[in-house]
Design a binder for this molecule. Structure first.
Ligand code: HEM
Length: 408
């Protein structure tokens, strides 16, 4: 009987995250949960239970509600991975993605003008030039070409080094350390060590800009904020780390999966070859479809909140599944079909509310330009290995591919 009770309890709060069945679709259990109550109980790796929200409306409601906090040390905050505890243990290393307003908006607002859509557009010609250089080199070499190593990893890191005004030689260091920060395969100690090394590098960078500013983003923050005393060096270092980590692996993953769709979905390749103007729309749809922040976003309730038929109590944790919300048929009819003609702009891939992705315009320009470059240089691009052999990265917080071997 005990066993039966245990089974019942387990079924009532299944383990989260659930395994995928098809590598490009979210776990099917999420769709089943979405058909039920506004939130369901799930069990995390450490045995703790939290609420899981799987609908589009529910995710927007929670992310837009100030009664839910993004501060990791708040009571009940979901620890999605063993390394989530690190942030809690070292609050001084937290960046504004883990703060509530007014602290959050004080820091975020210092960056808004650098990440406007207009600013991202200014990056486009620069990107196009170096993409043409990279692709010319790739197509001149041997086939197959791995688009992850050759394209989707170096491009976002090159964009960040351009923004920060650091030399290209630092890219290997930045790429390797930020990859560790988002991979569940590393121990908390390894992650803490990578974070400290990255912070050491960024502290030196900030100090060099304090000594002699240039024209890059870090120098601008030193001149406009550090010198007048509105931002401390201790705050600027985690801010730089946030930009680096949030803007790097995510863009690599989303670009890799978008290119996988291009190489495997003839409808998408045809539509984009016929009409390049469709690219921005297709990129929104690819963001919806792949939803690379695969385990979703974590919050905790600071007050009792009624979410339709569920009461979330103060001190309880909530996980918002962006991938489930992005496959919600009430908002996106035939949600499991990738349709580049669909207006997918209401997707949740960049989150929602005060923390909605600051770098979304930049990310979209990068992905559009990577897809356009592959269409230009590798007409008829297709997988060079059977789909079943692809290395999907299940352990990384931004779902992606270890390699994408293609030919054309
Ligand atoms: C926040 C996704 C690219 C910088 C977020 C959030 C998501 C997200 C879901 C919300 C987190 C939360 O509410 O807890 C993505 C995806 C990307 C991408 C899918 C690529 C396809 C970038 C880029 C940058 C960037 C290129 C900058 C260089 C940020 C920052 C935040 C953020 C600074 C924190 C915003 C805040 O707390 O106010 N991103 N991101 N992201 N992202 Fe992105």
């Amino acid at each position: 009987q005990n066993d039966a009770a245990l089974q019942e309890e387990k079924a009532a709060a299944p383990s989260y995250p659930m395994p995928r069945v098809c590598p490009v679709d979210p776990p099917p259990q999420l769709a089943a949960l979405r058909a039920g109550r506004a939130a369901s109980r799930v069990t995390l790796w450490d045995g703790s239970e939290v609420w899981l929200v799987t609908s589009h409306a529910g995710a927007r409601a929670v992310l837009g509600d100030r009664r839910f906090t993004a501060v990791t040390s708040a009571p009940g905050f979901p620890m999605l991975t063993p390394t989530s505890k690190l942030v809690r243990a070292a609050p001084h290393t937290a960046s504004f993605i883990r703060m509530d307003d007014p602290d959050h908006s004080r820091l975020r607002s210092m960056l808004t003008r650098d990440f406007l859509a207009r600013k991202a557009e200014e990056m486009r010609p620069v990107l196009r030039e170096f993409l043409d250089e990279m692709l010319a080199e790739l197509v001149a070499g041997e086939r197959p070409v791995d688009l992850v190593a050759g394209l989707t990893t170096p491009v976002p890191s090159r964009v960040i080094t351009l923004l920060f005004g650091v030399s290209d030689d630092s890219r290997d260091f930045i790429e390797s350390r930020s990859a560790i920060l988002i991979d569940r395969g590393y121990t908390p100690d390894q992650v803490a060590a990578a974070r400290d090394e990255l912070d050491g590098f960024l502290r030196e960078l900030v100090e060099s800009r304090v000594a002699g500013p240039g024209t890059d983003l870090v120098s601008r923050l030193v001149i406009d904020q550090v010198r007048p005393g509105t931002l401390s060096v201790e705050e600027l270092v985690p801010m730089c780390r946030l930009l680096l980590v949030a803007g790097h692996g995510t863009t690599t993953s989303q670009a890799s999966l978008s290119l996988l769709s291009l190489a495997t979905d003839p409808g998408l390749a045809d539509a984009l070859t016929k009409d390049e103007g469709l690219l921005p729309k297709a990129v929104e749809e690819l963001l919806r479809f792949h939803s690379i922040v695969q385990n979703g976003l974590a919050r905790a309730a600071t007050e009792d909140v009624q979410l339709d038929d569920v009461t979330i109590r103060a001190g309880e944790g909530v996980v918002l599944s962006l991938s489930a919300g992005n496959r919600d048929e009430r908002v996106f009819p035939s949600p499991d079909t990738l349709d580049p003609h669909r207006d997918a702009r209401r997707h949740l891939a960049f989150g929602h509310g005060i923390h909605q992705c600051l770098g979304q315009w930049l990310a979209k320009v990068e992905i559009e330009e990577m897809l356009a470059a592959v269409l230009r240089w590798m007409p008829g691009v297709r997988l060079a290995v059977p789909f079943e052999e692809l290395d999907f990265r299940h352990e990384v917080s931004s779902y992606g591919l270890g390699a994408l071997p293609v030919t054309w």
